[in-house]
Design a protein around this ligand. Sequence first.
Ligand code: 5GP
Ligand code: MN
Length: 316
Amino acid sequence: MAKLITLAETGAMLMAANKIALVCHVSPDSDTLGSALGLMLKLEQLGKKTVILVDDYIGTEFKFLPCIERCIRPQASENIYADILAVIDSSTFDRIGLAGKVVKAPIILNIDHHISNAKFADYLYLDTEAAATGEIMCDLFEVMKWKYDLETATCFYAAISTDCGFFKYSNTKSKTMMRAAELLSAGVRPNEISDAIDMKSRNTIELLAKVLATLSFEYSGRVAYVTISNDLYDKSIPTDSFVSYPRYIEGVEIAVMFKAVEQEVTRVSLRSSNVDVSEIATKFGGGGHLRAAGCTINAPIEEAKQQLFTILKEIL
Ligand code: 5GP
Ligand code: MN
């Protein structure tokens, strides 16, 4: 069970270390990447040695993030020694993949905002009210009296704005917007970040057209889902935004995207208007937030659908 710590304790712990290994979750998004990169940049300005690890493919859509090229993919054969393993925006240990095995550190520190946090770390700073881990990073900067520069501000703005759907989701608080305003004062241009995030390759839109053709409904239209079968699946094409299409259909309470990442491995993304989907994802070893969650089901896609629908039937 993790020891819950304050932001001041989190900052002091980082400052007491010489080398910090920052780790993002697999299927990386702007929040995990932006939060870890912004923190890395500040720690380096303060004279710390850092390494940043992501055990997954990092899509080209993130190339606008400062220093994204510094993210390295851990190799099974290596050992990386550090004073702290800082797990950023991940609610479970397995969600950092191989990085959890490769990094040898006496302290595991977890900074997170997921309601489903499994409290796996030695020390945990958890704020489930924060719209994004990026918002927590801004809180940390304030407590530590660290200043933003354009690069750190860009990282945190990208982190915050994507996790709250550009200030649209219910996790958007007045504080979320205040933090965003501070980042704009540091020079961030919101249009440049949203343009970079919204820009899609032709391949992505062509895949979206095929995925939308799979749109189906269950339970009298209360559940809508799309399917990315294994023959459509292409790791290099970002599909995170696709689940928003079934989400915004009148009468739909739960939207699901099933993605056959392997013949027997199905990734599931859940979105809802009201139902706690984090609880559903947790039943399959995943997690997330009340209205956005995900999990991996180790079964072929049609079997995974049946497993999930069985649970949804109980809930609806
Ligand atoms: P997405 O559907 O965009 O992959 O994820 C939605 C939310 O659920 C994100 O906050 C993400 O971090 C969380 N999430 C997605 N998949 C998993 C998973 O397999 N395990 C855990 N713990 N959280 C997940
Ligand atoms: Mn997040």
